[in-house]
Design a protein around this ligand. Structure first.
Ligand SMILES: C[S@@+](CC[C@H](N)C(=O)[O-])C[C@H]1O[C@@H](n2cnc3c(N)ncnc32)[C@H](O)[C@@H]1O
Length: 271
């Protein structure tokens, strides 16, 4: 297994996003644990609301199951909403969710390094929690810039390198993954610290926000749901979340288990 699973194309295309189940469970466990930090989709919609006019064409790149796409559809009601992702299964899920919400949007299965979209097609683009899957995020940012009209804006969103490191220490303390803290951050290619620099290569950065998020896992079962769906860990002995939860209960101090992450947003324009 490579040092950073988020940068392994086989894993990203395969085990991580071939179906939406793993992503949905990881997201749910994290959302239930959150005790501080604004909803990222809401912050993205706020940033775009001040910048786009009715009828705008908006791209949601690396849209996944569409958490951000659905919020953009509901809050901004763009003239055209186009969601792009490499995972056909996740795009199917998004299509269903858009239909259930009565929202209008189209989906395109594509690699965000080479999008089958014309130059200058969009007034706005979002790339949330996805560019850290690229070993060359500047190439993806160049592609986003190409698709924006002059004056168009992009919101690029990522997390800090030290996100969730408290969990590495818990796994080490439980002797379940003693090397976790020595492995690179999942966010090493695109993170809070290099976001501004990478955005500025092809766009003009208007604003950068960093927001601290705090998570409190209520008990071992809740923590196991997150750990079992996070690709960073090489947990031994392996087993399902139920086995993991039993071991964590036995080896860790009493809950709750706390961790943090900084979520960073760059608002940038193609001038
Ligand atoms: C964590 S999910 C994104 C979540 C979503 N943006 C949101 O706000 O809820 C990361 C997504 O990036 C997509 N992805 C990873 N590499 C990609 C690539 N090269 N081209 C297009 N999509 C990619 C994955 O398929 C996955 O759906």
């Amino acid at each position: 297994m490579p040092a950073n699973p988020f940068l392994d194309p086989d894993l990203v295309r395969g085990n991580l996003y071939r179906t939406g189940d793993r992503l949905a469970e990881r997201t749910r466990a994290l959302r239930e644990a959150k005790v501080a930090g604004r909803d990222a989709a809401e912050v993205i919609a706020d940033l775009l609301a001040r910048r786009i006019s009715p009828g705008a064409v908006v791209l949601d790149i690396g849209c996944g199951r569409g958490t951000t796409t659905l919020r953009i559809a509901a809050r901004l009601r763009p003239g055209r909403l186009i969601a792009v992702d490499a995972s056909v299964a996740l795009l199917d899920t998004l299509r269903t969710r858009l239909a259930e919400a009565g929202a209008v949007g189209s989906v395109i299965a594509a690699n965000f390094h080479h999008m089958p979209l014309p130059d200058e097609v969009a007034n706005a683009a979002v790339a949330a929690f996805c560019l850290y899957h690229s070993p060359t995020p500047a190439v993806a940012v160049a592609e986003i810039s190409r698709c924006l009209r002059p004056g168009g804006v992009a919101v690029l969103v990522t997390k800090s390198l030290d996100s969730y490191t408290e969990l590495d220490q818990l796994l080490q303390a439980a002797d379940l993954d003693p090397d976790a803290a020595r492995r690179p951050s999942l966010y090493e290619s695109f993170h809070s610290g290099n976001l501004l620099g990478l955005a500025a290569i092809h766009l003009t950065v208007l604003d950068v926000l960093h927001e601290q998020h705090l998570f409190e896992f209520a008990d071992a079962t809740h923590l196991a749901r997150y750990l079992a769906t996070t690709p960073k860990y090489r947990i031994h002995p392996t087993g399902g979340p139920a086995d993991l939860s039993a071991i964590l209960r036995e080896r860790l101090p009493a809950p709750p288990y706390l961790t943090r992450s900084t979520v960073s947003y760059a608002l940038a324009a193609r001038l």
